[in-house]
Design a protein around this ligand. Structure first.
Ligand code: UDP
Length: 406
């Protein structure tokens, strides 16, 4: 289990000391997180790292996952898509079933936290419990909700309004809500298996295992197989680049238990790529952190060609590894990719392909972007900053109306 002391060489002693100072004012308090999957996707990734670190700070942290069947997750995936602005057919029966599963989970979960953090729309209705148990309730939105479909948003806002606060990843996603809104962006963990240093020998072994040629350029996108990650667009980019540079494409991803669309998208990707041995479509099992780390480190360019993106931890992971990133200018990505400083932003297949070619042909420029990228992540998107934001939020909720003397 990671301990805060391990972060001192990365972020400095004073940053870690400040976390202990802040946490000292929350000793004995319990923070409870509730989301919809223990495996796959950015929310589970973050909670897996945060929970033990809060415990190390003396703040008890718990994590519950709601139960739902396929029908429930088909409905909540529609929610997810609609909050990202995509049209879906949502019926009255869908809403009724969504609420029914929510009510079932109200009975299943023991709401013991002093601070209860509910992640994303799937468990949003659990706020019904507040009338009975009190406590401070926070809704944490990980989605780019800036162009959310309005009727769905209005429905969800009927629940969100009862929370003490709502967290969004960036100001652009905030909403007209009667409750307090807080901006906290996600983070990556520099000492995790996903992000820690790996030696070249290990990286080469991973490439060998996946039959990827280490001597030709590698373009990679790591993502769940999801329409919003645009894997077919990535293949189009690769084909344009391939006309000029003999490169390989790695499309690596796994599923998430709350995402029933993955299999369909994976089949489409496999069909599209089946005649090209230089396209490596890798379906990774859940515990593949070191393999993903190695694939990212082995890559010459990392793509994140999302059509919508709440934040895109994969971008931060790549930048931390000093990789040149070409990504879509959507959602939370521009927080991380400052165009021509920490990476390159694009809107189209042609533009993305043009930037990838530029980077492959100009490794000096690629290296500079990577160096800047790592520093940008160190300053803004490491787990220590994330913990600090959560501690300050809990303190301010607890002392609402008072001045905080630390
Ligand atoms: N990830 C993983 N295995 C996979 C695909 C993705 O562990 O097969 C990780 C990825 O490294 C990142 C997270 O899952 O840490 C995805 O978070 P992101 O914010 O990029 O996207 P989301 O899936 O939440 O939309």
């Amino acid at each position: 289990m990671a301990k805060l002391g391990e972060y001192e060489p990365v972020v400095g002693k004073s940053v870690v000391e400040e976390l202990f100072l802040l946490a000292g004012h929350l000793k004995g308090r319990v923070m409870q997180h509730v989301n919809s999957t223990a495996v796959g996707g950015g929310v589970a990734e973050i909670l897996n790292r945060l929970i033990p670190l809060f415990r190390d700070l003396g703040v008890e942290a718990r994590w519950d996952v709601i139960k739902g069947d396929e029908e429930f997750f088909v409905i909540t995936k529609k929610f997810h898509n609609m909050l990202h602005g995509r049209m879906e057919k949502l019926t009255k029966e869908d809403i009724e079933y969504f609420e029914e599963v929510g009510d079932f989970n109200l009975k299943e979960i023991n709401f013991s936290g002093d601070f209860i953090f509910i992640h994303d729309p799937q468990p949003v209705t659990l706020i019904k419990k507040k009338a009975e148990v009190g406590r401070k309730w926070v809704w944490r939105c990980h989605i780019d909700s800036a162009s959310a479909e309005s009727s769905l948003w209005n429905y969800l806002a009927g629940y969100i309004k009862d929370y003490d606060a709502a967290i969004f990843s960036t100001m652009a996603f905030s909403k007209d809500l009667p409750c307090r809104q807080v901006i906290i962006s996600p983070s990556i963990d520099p000492v995790s298996d996903k992000n820690k240093y790996l030696d070249q020998e290990f990286i080469n072994r991973v490439l060998e295992r996946f039959q990827i040629d280490k001597d030709r350029p590698i373009i990679t996108q790591i993502s769940r197989f999801d329409y919003q990650k645009d894997p077919l667009g990535v293949i189009k980019v690769y084909r344009l680049v391939k006309k000029r540079v003999d490169c390989q494409l790695v499309l690596a991803g796994g599923g998430a238990t709350d995402d029933p669309e993955g299999q369909k998208i994976l089949e489409m990707v496999r069909e599209e790529s089946k005649d090209d041995p230089d396209i490596h479509v890798l379906l990774l099992p859940p515990a593949s952190d070191k393999d993903i780390n190695a694939l990212q480190r082995a890559s010459n360019v990392i793509l994140q060609k999302s059509l919508r993106e709440g934040f895109g931890l994969t971008v931060a992971e790549a930048l931390w590894k000093e990789k040149p990133v070409v990504a879509s200018a959507v959602g939370g990505i521009p927080l991380q990719v400052v165009h021509n400083y920490t990476g390159l932003l694009s809107h189209t297949v042609e533009g993305t392909a043009g930037f990838v070619k530029q980077l492959l042909q100009n490794p000096e420029h690629a290296k500079k972007l990577g160096t800047n990228g790592r520093e940008h992540i160190r300053q803004n998107f490491l787990v220590t900053r994330h913990i600090r934001d959560y501690l300050l939020l809990m303190l301010s909720l607890e002392k609402e109306g008072d001045f905080i003397y630390l």
